[in-house]
Design a binder for this molecule. Structure first.
Ligand SMILES: NC(=O)c1ccc[n+]([C@@H]2O[C@H](COP(=O)([O-])OP(=O)(O)OC[C@H]3O[C@@H](n4cnc5c(N)ncnc54)[C@H](OP(=O)(O)O)[C@@H]3O)[C@@H](O)[C@H]2O)c1
Length: 260
């Protein structure tokens, strides 16, 4: 834990921290002794979480209401923050459900802004400082949905593929500067966002947010990608190595058709 704090501290930025997996990341990081900058849109949830974690783990916490679709606002915020950010956890995502023909241009743009543009540019911004210091870490949340075409969430899934491939490339490029980059390709996680979307019962292999956050952070510095959970690792192996591509997409179609 001390090593983790020395390597990735003193401050970590969790983007999309108000609930679900982001809140679990915040707690896992506080328990490792890192100070927290928590970002999401819902200020009251962020403040409650920040207060709770600083009481429980004796770390410094700050909570900022920001729309991560607005990279200009994010950049201004970062430029005003004088503390060293040693770790970025980009967890936020916009994941509207529906067939492509029903998706408005606005929703598609929002996916690109929240899930692609801001994590990319934030990674650029923060890694520039990390390179100067020759240490740091970047975690980009991806998804097993992004490892093949996924009907009804096609654009979201493609945005998650972007994050996974970006993280893999940067894992190789940035490690010579002492920076660890990791994509976490999660299967189903029992979060408020997932529960809202899932009308049927939980998918096999569904994990708690705590388990995903812990196994992701434990994998930082050990390779470019983590798939939390054995069932998810097996599912990924079959979907991407054994089954023909058409089968994998059809299986995803069956899994996503009840999402709403
Ligand atoms: N849940 C799953 O089954 C699952 C599976 C695979 C991968 N993942 C990935 O894991 C991550 C977290 O999933 P989750 O289910 O915990 O998501 P979630 O319940 O939808 O929570 C997302 C977090 O991001 C924040 N957020 C969303 N849009 C934002 C915006 N425009 N600006 C600022 N903050 C924003 C939300 O807070 P506010 O609403 O307060 O802004 C919330 O704190 C995502 O990247 C997702 O793709 C999830």
């Amino acid at each position: 834990m001390t090593d983790f704090k020395t390597k990735y501290g003193p401050w970590t930025l969790v983007a999309g921290a108000s609930e679900g997996l982001g809140a679990a990341f915040a707690e896992a990081l506080a328990s490792r002794g890192l100070n927290l900058i928590l970002i999401a849109r819902t200020q009251d949830k962020l403040e409650t979480l920040a207060q709770h974690l600083s009481n429980l783990y004796a770390v410094e916490t700050t909570a900022y209401s920001l729309d991560l679709a607005d990279f200009k606002a994010v950049k201004t915020f970062i430029s005003q923050h004088k503390e060293t950010i040693g770790l970025l956890v980009y967890n936020a995502a916009y994941s509207p459900i529906g067939y492509f023909e029903t998706m408005t241009e606005e929703r598609l743009e929002q996916i690109v802004d929240v899930n692609i543009k801001t994590p990319l540019l934030l990674t650029k911004l923060l890694s520039t400082e990390m390179i100067k210091k020759r240490q740091g870490g970047i975690v980009l949340m991806s998804s097993l949905a992004g490892t093949q075409g996924s009907p009804k969430i096609a654009t979201y899934a493609a945005s998650k593929a972007f994050n996974a491939i970006l993280a893999e490339g940067l894992w190789n490029e940035l490690r010579k500067h002492g920076i660890d980059v990791l994509a976490s390709c999660a299967g189903a996680i029992s979060t408020p966002g997932y529960k809202n979307a899932q009308s049927a019962k939980e998918a096999p292999g569904t994990l708690s947010a705590k388990k995903v956050a812990e196994s992701t952070l434990n994998s930082l510095g050990k390779g470019p990608t983590i798939i939390p959970g054995l069932t998810n690792k097996l599912a990924h192996f079959f979907m991407n190595r054994i089954f023909p591509r058409k089968w994998a997409i059809s299986i995803m179609d069956k899994n996503t058709k009840d999402l709403s």
